[in-house]
Design a protein around this ligand. Structure first.
Ligand SMILES: NC(=O)c1ccc[n+]([C@@H]2O[C@H](COP(=O)([O-])OP(=O)(O)OC[C@H]3O[C@@H](n4cnc5c(N)ncnc54)[C@H](O)[C@@H]3O)[C@@H](O)[C@H]2O)c1
Length: 373
């Protein structure tokens, strides 16, 4: 008789042998989620229009050979519907998006069509899918109307968004809500959906442009100090595994508790003490690269604002803690170590990155099991 792993225990073994479709699986979060689902024994299927960066975690881990990989654009309804009908998923995690605020300023219509129409297409494909499926739709903490208040936003706070990316995620939320009330809210619905909101996720394996950690790693790997703006901006930093554990718990709960969570939204943010300034985070992470610089100075600060950036955005995570028994578990020091170690190993070519990623997931599962269950 096989013994269930800690991860399988953590999610009540609900993914083993199940068909799971991840949209945006070639991206940063999608690659981590795919790796974790494979550990949990799921049959993983991915839908993305491309591999968005070079290098990429998707390629570094050789994920294409471990899953069924569909190249499709979420803006194309027929393509999305064909994949859903072919895969016949038990679970969908919808992550595919244009997720970069600065890009949304340059490409507003593309951002809106990917994030809003893409989400509508996934929901419409689900509406026409005649089988049971639990779907977690990933939006963002930026979907809230950010009035720069000092307390955390709660799931029932007003949605908004002053930049195009944030507005697109708020609009996607509206579409999800209307699909839920129009088609999925009945007790006989085979489709069960929930929404997840998280933000400023960091971790090894991200190479998307215009993200602060990626900018650092990009410069440091070339032996150059990084230039940072808005050093005093505070962000709710968290490791990518924290919200992913929330997504997995949420989908598990949707599947196991037919009377709960359907149509609901959940915030997955860090503990208040993990809110640090950009400068603090970079100083701590730079420890891993200081030997590469003669004066140990890996960054310099300029005060140059290219576009509107929210000053403070915190999430209230009481609902996820209370209803899902979820909580962020890594300390700030562990977060820095995870990120620094992953990239350092990648650039040194010192370790198989699939092994390194699995070690971090294994540590996370262990930590979570000790602290939460
Ligand atoms: N990374 C963060 O800090 C963060 C914070 C809050 C919310 N999110 C959300 O999490 C999700 C994943 O973000 P990420 O950081 O992994 O982004 P990413 O850019 O690394 O990955 C995006 C993925 O979406 C796919 N994609 C983009 N446009 C597509 C299209 N038209 N059709 C099909 N696939 C398409 C890409 O190929 C890629 O697989 C997004 O919905 C994003 O908005 C991310």
């Amino acid at each position: 008789m096989s013994v269930a792993s800690l991860g399988e225990v953590m999610f009540n073994n609900c993914y083993k042998g199940r068909r799971v479709l991840v949209t945006g699986h070639t991206g940063f979060k999608g690659s981590w989620l795919t790796t974790w689902l494979l550990r949990l024994g799921a049959d993983v299927y991915g839908l993305s229009n491309n591999i968005p960066t070079t290098p990429s975690m998707f390629e570094a881990l050789g994920l294409e050979s471990k899953i069924k990989h569909y190249v499709a654009d979420v803006r194309n309804f027929d393509a999305v519907s064909d994949v859903v009908n072919e895969v016949k998923p038990d679970f969908i995690f919808h992550l595919a998006a244009q997720p970069i605020v600065s890009v949304s300023y340059r490409e507003p219509v593309e951002t809106i069509s990917t994030n809003v129409l893409g989400t509508a297409n996934v929901l419409e494909a689900l509406r026409q899918y005649n089988m049971s499926c639990c779907a977690v739709i990933i939006t963002s903490d930026k979907c809230y109307d950010n009035i720069e208040c000092v307390w955390g936003y709660r799931e029932d706070d007003a949605l908004g968004g002053k930049d195009i990316y944030s507005g697109s995620k708020a609009a996607a939320e509206m579409i999800i809500k209307s699909y839920f009330h129009s088609y999925f809210s009945g007790s006989d619905s085979k489709i069960r959906i929930a929404v997840s909101r998280a933000g400023n996720v960091i971790g090894g394996g991200d190479w998307a442009k215009d993200r602060i950690i990626v900018d650092c790693i990009d410069s440091w790997s070339k032996g150059e100090p990084v230039v940072i703006r808005s050093p005093l901006a505070t962000r709710p930093w968290q490791h990518v595994l924290e919200p992913l554990s929330g997504y997995l718990l949420l989908a598990q709960n949707l599947a196991e508790k037919p009377d709960s969570f359907h149509g609901e939204s959940f915030n997955f943010g860090p503990k208040a003490e993990q809110i640090k300034t950009v400068e603090q985070l970079i100083s701590d992470l730079a420890f891993y690269w200081q030997d590469d610089f003669a004066d140990g100075k890996c960054f310099e600060v300029i005060n140059k604002h290219l576009f509107h950036e929210a000053g403070l955005l915190k999430l209230c995570i009481d609902k996820a803690m209370h209803k899902l028994s979820w909580q962020p578990t890594l300390t700030y020091e562990q977060l820095i170590e995870f990120v620094g170690d992953w990239y350092k190993k990648y650039y040194q070519g010192a370790q198989d990155m699939l092994v390194c990623t699995n070690e971090q997931i294994s540590f996370f599962e262990n930590n979570f099991s000790l602290l939460v269950k």
